[in-house]
Every structure is written in C-alpha cells, then in structure tokens.
Design a binder for this molecule. Sequence first.
Ligand code: HEC
Ligand code: HEC
Length: 404
Amino acid sequence: MNLRRHITFGIALPAFVALAIWSCSSDDPIIDSFSPTPYVIPDAPHFPKILNIPEDNPMTVEGVDLGRYLFYDGRLSGNTSKDLLMSCATCHIQENGFEVGIDHPKYVGGITFGLPIPDFPDGKPTPHFMLSIVNTVYNSNGYFWNGMINESNNSLGNENLGVPADSQFNFKNLESLAWLTITAPHEMNSTVERSVATINAVALYKEKFKAAFGTEEVNYDRISKAIAQFVRSIVSHNSKFHKSLRQEAELNPLEQQGHDLFFSEDADCFHCHGGSILMTTNDFFNNGKDATFDPEDHDRHFVTGDALDIGAYRAPSLINVELTAPYMHDGRFKSLDEVIDFYSEGLVYSDYVHPLMKNVRQKGVQLTENEKSALKAFLLTLTDNELIQDPQFSCPPELKEWSG
Ligand code: HEC
Ligand code: HEC
C-alpha cells in the first residue's frame, strides 16, 4: 500500500526524537551519524488526511532540503552551456504558483540524443501545457493531465529515453516522474549517468546527501527520492478562501456570491473542482471543449484505452488559478474571463462529454454578467500569496547562478 496517513508521522515524531536523543549517547556509528528528522506535512484543516507517500521514501527535513537544492539545480539538465541550463524551476516557477505561464515550455537546446531536431531548431515543445505542482501529496489518482503516472502502472521504463529497467522508472509516482523529466528530450534532456556524475562533482552536495541518506553517495535513486520529497512538501492552504474557512479572513459580498455560485448547481463547478478544499477532485472529465478528437491526443483515453475517456483530462486544482494562464491542457484560453465565458455559453456537444456537464445541450450554464464577475472574484480568492513568497520553497542563494 502506497498510502500513508500523516497521523503516522505525528506518532513517529516523538519516537524519532527519542531515538535521536538516545543516539547521542550511543557508540553505534551508524545511528550516531544518521538520524534524519521526520518532515511533517503541515496539518491543514479540512485537507484530506490520506497522503501519497511511498513506503520506501518517507519524508525527512534533510531529504526535503536536498530536494529543494536539486529542484533548483540546472546542472541536472543535458545542457553544458551555463546560459542554457534548465532546472525543474525553469518551468515550475514559484511566483507563478509553480507553473510557467507560457505557451509551450520546452528544453532550450534544440538537440536530442546528440542530434539537432530539424522541426524544432529551438527545442522540442512539451505535448501538454503546464501543470502547477502544489498539493501533489494529496493526489492518488495519477499525475499529469492524463494521469499516466500512477500507482497501478507496471514497469513501463522507456528505453528510448535511455532509462534503466528499474523500479524507479515505473511511471508510478513522483520519484519516477522526476527522472522522466530529467531525461525527457523536451524537458531537461539529460541522461542518468550524466546527471549523477555532475551532481557528484558538486562539493556542497556531499553533506546534504549524507544528512538525507546517511552517506555521501550520489545515485539516481537518491536524487529522485529527494526531489519527490521536496515536491510533496509544496502544500498550499493559505489563500483567502482557505483562510475564510478557518475564520481568519472574510470573503467580500461579490466573492461570497461567486463562492455560492461555484458550489451550487447554478454555475456547477464543484462537481469536478470541488469535493474537497484542494479545489479539484483530481478526476478525469471531458468538459465539452471540442466536437472532434485527434487519436494522437495524449488524453485520458491514451492511458486507459477506454472510449469513454476520449477528450478527457484531469480537472486541475484551481488553487492559484490567477497565476497559471493560459488555461486547459492545450492553453486555449488566455484569461479567466475566457474560461468563464466558455462554461457559460461556449460548451460543445460530443458523444464523449462527461454527464456532469449537465448543461452542454444549452451550450453552458448561462451566467449573467454579474454572476460572471462574482465567479471570477471568487476564483481570485484562491491565490496563495504566502506560498509564492515562502523562502522554504524558493531558490537557495548558492544555486541562483545555476537554476536556469
Ligand atoms: C520544460 C518544462 C518543464 C521542466 C523543466 C519540468 N517540468 Fe514538470 N511539467 C511540465 C509540464 C508541461 C507538465 C504537464 C505534463 C503533462 O501533463 O503532460 C509538468 C508536470 C509536472 C508534474 C505533475 C503535476 C501533477 O499534478 O500532475 C510534476 C510533479 C512535475 N512536473 C515536476 C517536475 C520536476 C520535479 C521537474 C524537475 C526534475 C520538472 N517537473 C521539470 C514541464 C516541465
Ligand atoms: C465535468 C467536470 C467539470 C465541470 C463541471 C467544470 N470543470 Fe473546469 N475543468 C474540468 C477539466 C477536465 C478541466 C481541464 C480540461 C482540459 O485541460 O482540457 C478543467 C479546467 C478548468 C480551468 C483551467 C485550469 C487550468 O489551470 O488550466 C478552469 C479555470 C476551470 N476549469 C474552471 C471551472 C469553473 C469556473 C467551472 C464552473 C463554471 C468549471 N470549471 C466546471 C472539469 C470541469
């Protein structure tokens, strides 16, 4: 079972502290030198209590810290020129709610497997638009727009990417996602050997690997585990909306009207984006954007083979939606106004539209101008300004010149 209740950490913490105190007086060199501190996901009231943390990668303060450094380290990428380095943070930008906010993020080198790509002299774009990476620790339905990284996958290592046939490359979890990204030609375009050797040569990592994993050894397993720990630590629960639930803030009348619309059958957003205060069900739906579909699309159908999933994508969390334009998996809407107009009067019928798009025959939920303004005002209360400025998630000063 890959799920672990965060309460386990709550109970484990005193035991670890006791172990650490005991270990100071012990002669055992292993325990003496290696006693990482459990990292506790902040207990955000109303958030799901089930956390998606694999048994073999429990979160520790030292692991999250190492992961933060690696997340911001462009030397993990395949580029050798300092100007072209690319890190996770090149595309997942803290100020943008860990989204990039551009049309086609891509690896900037324009070279794949040592060869130029004729069609993409400036780099090969990713097939999908960006996803934010907040609150991934609460998602057990699968990562990416189509959920292709999920726990039920068997070993699907992609030999074309030079990925070893190893459990870390099973496309099951954030650990495998980190390596997929580092080796994907349209993302960081490196190889396991190259990235491990480069990180191994950077002096500051010696202590950090030792603190996180007990020895200085750098290997792909540890790199991916640390990055995954950092990504899991990015939890957003301090938007005005979240604070209003804790009685720490109050929505103004327009925002409250939008809130009530969002959670009512009138605007009907909550069936897919509500259900919990993650502002998503993390489920997959065809939300009525198109009448025809390209069999080459990397939609949910691409993963499941089920015709009912044609044109379906994961409903993304709307937390920080103000910061993550353009919208949808293909970035077709440039603003929240366009998105709201779409749900109001722009829906397109097809045989694959999800039954929860109940008003598709009327082209949408038909909102008045006042209701549209209210809905937008509510969506703007979902911005977590504390998260986007939190030094805990920002680029470590030593890495500023390397983050890409
Ligand atoms: C070239 C830009 C780029 C870089 C570099 C990049 N990503 Fe991403 N990331 C994306 C895109 C685009 C998606 C959405 C992909 C999809 O759904 O098909 C994504 C999706 C993700 C997701 C899934 C989020 C979810 O909720 O499903 C995670 C997690 C993630 N990236 C982590 C990372 C990490 C860790 C790194 C560094 C090792 C990284 N990314 C580097 C572009 C990038
Ligand atoms: C039937 C489920 C469903 C309903 C109902 C629904 N959505 Fe969505 N929503 C989705 C899916 C699925 C996506 C992603 C689709 C894609 O990328 O192609 C999405 C995407 C979005 C996005 C873009 C987010 C991003 O980061 O790109 C916004 C904003 C949004 N919805 C707002 C709303 C609002 C406001 C309502 C109510 C008026 C609503 N949704 C109703 C399923 C739904």
